[in-house]
Design a protein around this ligand. Sequence first.
Ligand code: CP3
Length: 352
Amino acid sequence: MLQLTLMTNLSDSILLNTLNGRPAERPPFWFMRQAGRVLPSYRQLKEKHSFWQLMKDPKLAAQVTLLPVSDLGVDAAILFSDILVVPYALGMGLEFTDQGPVFDTPLAGMDHPERALRPDPSRLDYIYRAIDEIIRTKPASIPLIGFCGAPLTVLCYMLQGLSRKADFPDAIRFIYTHKTITLQLIDAITELSLEYATEQAARGVSVFQLFETHAGLVPQELYMELFMPAVRKIAQRLRDLQVPFIFFPKGLGTGICKLTPDDCDYLGVDWQTSLIQARQMVHREIGLQGNVDPRLLYAPPESILRELDRLIDFGSCNTNWILNLGHGFLPDTPYESACILANWIKETNWKR
Ligand code: CP3
């Protein structure tokens, strides 16, 4: 056993092998929002600690990051943190309440929000300590995925202040009303995100995902004009550091056919989009990730398995595919269903 442990390392990672173009016998898998939510072991920790405590204590953050590896058998760990740590490091007061994250002073109500930001990169230091602890304690063949939020999604929370208004009306109004200031805010988010991503890579994350959960809030032409240049800068930085880059623009719709291999190595496909059509539309050098509907996991086991079986033909023909959800696990997803999904991926004959 000791010998086996010594012999495994990241070159045995099925996720990294797939990302590097080496076909594997099955698709690699991990799940968005796997660290938290669905796991009974996470819920137990949440009874004793707040979300901030779990994030800020490197030992606890490392423990939560690695829970899905032991409990679900996923092929990668994703850093336990949040996309809103960047606005926090830009100087915004942030709380995580039971109803979701809340900023104490949303920017949309200010005349010159760009002047209110006070970037302080040291407000991200606790995350680097967590990464060090994860790298020290993780199984050798399991890569760590780093991440941050993409500029539109992060900006929406900063402007709106509240997560409950899911369509972010004040934020979108601000973007249309104040284009110049919007560009300045995007620059501020992007600069800090570049520094943050660079440091994550330096500490040892070996894959990076950019979460653009709210790409669908603006027309795709506006997205391409205002936000895509910032995405490209972040993509370029990670590529320069030899870190594969996954872009998840949820709701971009037919805009996915405009993406080029300069924009990302892999594209996270949302559950609204047909995976087969995405494969036809997206540049063939871009791999795909996705896109099981997280709500399928509410269905009875036999229905879950029947739906999943439809993926076998796709997985048999497409070796540049990472199996994931089409958005994160929902908080009330039955743990047993998550296990059914994970076990099915490992037990299926992928006919490769
Ligand atoms: O994927 C993972 O498990 C890693 C950790 C992670 C969290 N948030 C932990 C978290 C990641 C990758 C995120 C990303 C994130 N955060 C996104 C993009 C992905 C997505 O799902 O759309 C967004 C939009 C946020 C903002 C955010 N953070 C919201 C809206 C909320 C409240 C609702 C909720 O539970 O998601 C959070 C809090 C948050 N972030 C929790 C966790 C585990 C819940 C804290 C708790 O357990 O009380």
